[in-house]
Design a protein around this ligand. Structure first.
Ligand SMILES: *Cc1c(COP(=O)(O)O)cnc(C)c1O
Length: 393
């Protein structure tokens, strides 16, 4: 049995493409072409060159002496925060812009939560000279203003979305609506391993460079190509999917996914999808999502705009129900404390999303010999004001 996608676009019973008829042409076009295009030699050459010289890959795998001493285990940090634009998101947007060009699209749309995906999309659109429109919830525009300014500086149009909770889910709805209305010239660069097939698989493949590098780097550093644990935060699940990708079917490697429980799992203000979610369909994918008894999607909440999503991608829903992955939920206060801890013990200020992954060390115990690789998905520049307000620094 494999934990990767099957030929029909499903991970176990999750995934597929549940879309309105108006999107059928776009999704079919993608489904029929994406593997052919991304396996093509000219594509891989251009993709790898941009990852190397534009993004700055490979990102270091850094042995954290200080965290290792503090938590009595061997902690490595995969430094996606050092990528151009400050997170893993750029790996995916580079892949998708190259794909869009080969599909002869002239207009790019995207949704964004924390603004990292919006910035990464605006960046590659500037690079390739394509028109860029980013949908962002009004709440997120307020709490992530540095990224809004960056997108505008890069030439993108940022459209404020005021429906629902005015966050990521609502921005995604608007982007889908735009795509339905502009089916010919537009490519929708989805920012995570969510949405209808083939998006989850396509995004996971573009992000899988993270696990490929971990294999090579661990071989050099530890003389073996696998860790005992991989840890990543999960919003939609793309940085986690990239971190796990080459290890999905390697049972020696334990997988830990960290989701945001906001003000607490039972507080009514949470984004802990595996604890609260049930099977349903969101943004074209059959997966676990938070919903009321009659199937209305629940408004999610997390202090971090990038984890503030009521579902998880189908790969992760399958990792959860099959018990291949352990899911730990971390609340706002625990995440903020972990962000301060990492800043002051390692000199690395993480994104609040990323800080969730580091909070697990307070409760989860590892053995001294365990190799624990944490994906440091992004840097905290965009969150500085949230941190300093929170800690009254
Ligand atoms: C967007 C984002 C996330 C959450 O998205 P995933 O698709 O789950 O990776 C996590 N960390 C950072 C830094 C982000 O920008």
């Amino acid at each position: 049995m494999s934990y990767n996608i099957n030929s029909k676009g499903y991970y176990g019973s999750f995934g597929g493409a549940y879309i309105p008829e108006m999107l059928l042409h776009n999704i079919e076009e993608l489904k029929d072409n994406y593997l052919k295009i991304i396996k093509d030699k000219s594509f891989t050459k251009e993709f790898n060159e941009l990852l190397k010289n534009y993004v700055g890959r490979p990102s270091p795998l850094y042995f954290s002496k200080n965290l290792s001493q503090k938590y009595l285990t061997k902690v490595y940090l995969k430094r996606e925060d050092l990528n151009h634009t400050g997170s893993h998101k750029i790996n995916n947007t580079i892949g998708q812009i190259l794909l869009a060009k080969r599909l002869k699209k002239s207009r790019i749309i995207a949704e964004t939560g924390a603004g990292q995906h919006g910035v990464a999309t605006a960046t590659v659109c500037a690079l390739m000279g394509l028109k860029c429109i980013v949908y962002m919830g009004a709440t997120d525009i307020k709490r992530q203003s540095p990224n809004v300014a960056r997108m505008k500086m890069l030439g993108a149009e940022v459209i404020s979305v005021t429906s629902g909770s005015s966050t990521l889910k609502d921005a995604t709805n608007e982007a889908m609506r735009d795509w339905i209305n502009n089916p010919i010239d537009t490519h929708y660069i989805v920012g995570s391993v969510v949405g209808p097939h083939p998006f989850p698989d396509m995004v996971a493949r573009f992000q899988s460079v993270i696990s490929k590098e971990i294999k090579e780097q661990l071989t050099e550093l530890e003389g073996r190509d696998y860790p005992d644990y991989l840890v990543a935060c999960v919003g939609g699940g793309s940085n986690a999917a990239g971190t796990f990708y080459d290890y999905l079917d390697d049972q020696r490697v334990k997988i830990i996914c960290v989701e945001a429980s906001g003000k607490g799992i039972n507080s009514g203000k949470s984004a802990a999808t595996t604890k609260l979610g049930k099977l349903g369909i969101i943004h074209g994918s059959k997966t676990l999502l938070m919903q009321t008894n009659d199937g209305q999607i629940t408004e999610p909440y997390s202090i971090s705009a990038g984890l503030d999503y009521p579902g998880i991608g189908p790969m992760h829903a399958n990792l959860y129900t099959s018990k291949r992955g352990e899911f730990i939920s971390v609340d706002d206060d625990e995440a903020m404390a972990a962000g301060l801890m990492l800043s002051q013990t390692e000199g690395i200020i993480p994104a609040i999303e990323t800080a969730h992954a580091f909070a697990i060390f307070e409760n989860k115990k590892f053995k001294p010999k365990d190799i624990v690789v944490v994906n440091l998905s992004g840097r905290g520049d965009k969150d500085l004001e949230n941190f300093t307000d929170y800690f009254k620094i």
